[in-house]
Ligand binder design. Sequence first.
Ligand code: AGP
Length: 540
Amino acid sequence: MANAHPHSGKLGGHNLTVVHNGIIENFAAIKAELLPHGATFMSETDTEVIPFALANALEHSAKTLAQAVHAVNGKFHGHYAFVVMKQGDATRMVGTRRGAPLCVGLGEGANYLVSDPLALAGITSRFMYLEDGDVVVITPKTVEITDENGKPAKRAVKVVDQSADMAGKMGYRHFMLKEINEQPAVVSRVLQAHTNSSTMLPALPLGKLALGKVPFINIVACGTAYYAGLVGKYYLEQLARVPVNVDVASEFRYRNPPYVPGGLFIAVSQSGETADTLAALQHAKAAGQHTLLLTNVPTSTMARTADTVVNLLAEREIAVASTKAFMAMITTLALLALQLAQARGMASADVAGHVAHLRTLPTILTSLITEMSHEKGTLAQLAERLQEAKSMLYLGRGSLAPMALEGALKMKEISYIHSEGYASGEMKHGPIALVDKELVVVNLAASHDGLFEKTISNLKEVEARHGQIVLMTDAAGANQLRESGQVHSGMVVVEIPAVPQALLPMAFAVPLQLLAYFTATMKGTDVDQPRNLAKSVTVE
Ligand code: AGP
């Protein structure tokens, strides 16, 4: 189980070892109950409470370990999964889940308990996904499941194709670089699966969802998926003219938001296991909203919860920093916006015209990645300078505002350089106070979005305060600056090919990802598994 360390506890004649994911929220109260029974705790962790609570249940009421697990499930509050073994009995494991993921891997003469099938890539492709409150007992030859009421239960066996996971880094130095390079193929796959090749119209599998009648959309997600949601808002509002709210899941779930009747709730999650997004999805579903999930893992807990699921088709993303899944998210959201626009009256020819633009993306991304990955190119040279940077500010307008947030997140999570993203127009409202000769300001600007002049005036403000300027813009923007004599020696210009406006977020994603990647590799950080981060955040 991800990030889990075994803890043991002995009480009476029962010596148990537990591996645990998640949080037992009321562990302090449980601990206080157990102390008078002779439990001696060696740590301050919630995990250590589990073996003692189980041993105590075995001492007093439960006849089997499975019964003890059911008993503690009735007492624990929180979002967790754990696996327990009796010391001296290596042939039997008991596991349970409440919120956090746990599944049974079915092997040849061996069974396994894992939080993520990825852990068993190359060992088995057959899995049973446990439901909340289930308790499972496995031996090398048997699997017995009881549901939250202690009744025998059967869970379907799903085959998870992990061939892509087995392919390894395919000669790339890091999974992140491999995944950046996979983006053209991911976009091709999404477009091929979700557009009609003869009509050129979007064809996302949305089942009975009555798109034409959707009055309001909530998009809820965390981290990079949240930034994809912000890009999605831009598409949905611009193309389909539907009002959209985008929220981080942790805020949404606790705000108890009022829902618009008949509204559409969209959860976006690469893993489909993020605890906050899952809880928000459950909240919206319970409130009667139609729930649509965009996920890369169609067997995930969220996929088993949502009314409608769209597979992001990015294939397994291994690097903690999300790249290709983000690309799949924004491409899918663009298609969703077009499908919605068509249902609300946009002419088919116009919709098809937008899809035709999207279809040029794989080629654009391929040449962008090739050009920008050059070891002696602008980005690599810039990254060399950035190794010493202490602080960075990313700015963008329109659909590039969320890309500024995403660029800053990529930089901070893998290079550990303090980076913040802002909508450019917000600079004067606070961040400008940070500008000095140490601060690196990365501006994202397209020359044809009608906002370029405003970006230039932002740049001048940074320049006047001796900030270090990086401008990511298209050739026309770079030329406009050069011709007006506004490119100064210290300014770095990263040129991006001119693309239709709707493709700006995809085109800008590549240099932002590569800049973070190069900077991190030059600094020597652990690119694929950065400190303090987990690939899927299954606790709050
Ligand atoms: C992305 O680079 C991050 N590691 C992180 O923000 C991630 O996007 C977030 O935790 C959400 O994950 P999910 O898409 O699996 O729900």
